[in-house]
Design a protein around this ligand. Structure first.
Ligand code: PBG
Length: 322
């Protein structure tokens, strides 16, 4: 039926009817807040390009997590800034490492907060690449060894889930096997299956102190021009045992999120990354946009595209208004 029998505005007349027919709902339990932890005590260093985000020492981080949890945040994703780095990043599997300490401290004060650890070497290598360098390139298979060790170490420290972000081939399967072999068969893996080589990670690298000393990550992260390849990446990680797969960044890749949603039956996460966050904050600081409205629209669009879970630095700002 056409106009005038059909009038689509009938269902837009009041908040009550709009609420009834809304297709996508954003809620606190969909969101994961990323956090940065470093050594020391009483430390809360602001990240200049990410207003409201800090490199925190373990004591401050635990208090912050307590506050987030009481405000409704259900999950956090941890990134560590180690005191020392090494050639391969294997220092990340030190049982006394910074993320290992952080997990223990958080679990002590808020045991029900779901704690996820990012698994990657870039914050732990002297050269800032995500893996072991052999003959000038990031070597895939030797990197898998360090990633598996890091995952098991964090599992022992008490994380609820590991999230490999390195983009090495085969890491989901190797990490799954290492967890199973070490008595963690129930620990889920959320794999960053579709991670593009993006300029939107700039502010994060300042926060995590993980900028590559030379070169870029194009040899392992995906080309932003590729859409079909994303399906191959997702298929492979699902076959290797990923429990949740992730697309990153989110906003310029909403088509990819929808493609994955239409093709696979598995929980899907999207990472609303640091550069996306920084642009919103910059415009909001100038008074050019309404931050709260814009953030809700952005996060809703990521859900509408097909994400079940959103990792976002906006979580802590938006949580009170959800
Ligand atoms: C580590 C990692 C990165 C991000 C998450 N994990 C950076 C990178 O790949 O260079 C980026 C997150 C963000 O920009 O918010 N490999």
């Amino acid at each position: 039926m056409e106009y005038p029998q059909t009038r689509l505005r009938r269902l837009r007349q009041t908040p009550a009817i709009r609420d009834l027919v809304r297709e996508t709902k954003l809620s606190a339990e969909d969101l994961i807040m990323p956090l940065f932890v470093r050594h020391g005590r009483g430390i809360k260093n602001p990240v200049p390009s990410m207003p409201g985000n800090f490199q925190m020492s373990v004591d401050i981080l635990a208090l912050h997590c307590q506050d987030l949890y009481h405000r409704g945040v259900r999950a956090v994703l941890l990134f560590g800034i180690p005191e020392q780095k090494d050639e391969t990043g294997d220092i990340a599997s030190d049982p006394g490492g910074i993320v290992q300490q952080a997990v223990a401290a958080i679990k002590k004060v808020v045991p029900d907060l779901y704690v996820i650890a990012d698994i990657c070497n870039c914050g732990y290598t002297t050269h800032g690449h995500c893996g072991t360098i052999v003959d000038g390139v990031v070597d895939n298979d030797s990197t898998l060894v360090t990633l598996a060790r890091q995952s098991v170490s964090l599992a022992r420290a008490g994380v609820d889930m590991v999230a490999p972000s390195d983009m090495m081939d085969g890491r989901t399967g190797v990490i799954r096997k290492a967890l199973d072999d070490n008595d963690f068969p129930e620990l889920p893996v959320m794999t960053y299956s579709v991670k593009y080589a993006s300029a939107f990670y700039g502010p994060f690298r300042e926060a995590a102190e993980s900028t590559p000393g030379s070169g870029d990550r194009k040899g392992y992260q995906m080309d932003p021009a590729n859409r079909l390849e994303a399906l191959r990446e997702a298929r492979q990680d699902i076959a290797e045992g990923a429990d949740i797969i992730l697309v990153k960044p989110a906003l310029n890749y909403l088509d990819i999120i929808r493609d994955i949603k239409n093709n696979f039956n598995i929980p899907l996460a999207a990472y609303n990354v640091s550069g996306e966050f920084a642009m919103v904050k910059a415009a909001a600081t100038k008074g050019w946009i309404d931050e709260n409205q814009i953030v809700k629209e952005i996060l809703t669009s990521i859900k509408r595209a097909g994400a079940d879970i959103i990792i976002s630095y906006h979580t802590q700002d938006i949580i009170d208004s959800l």
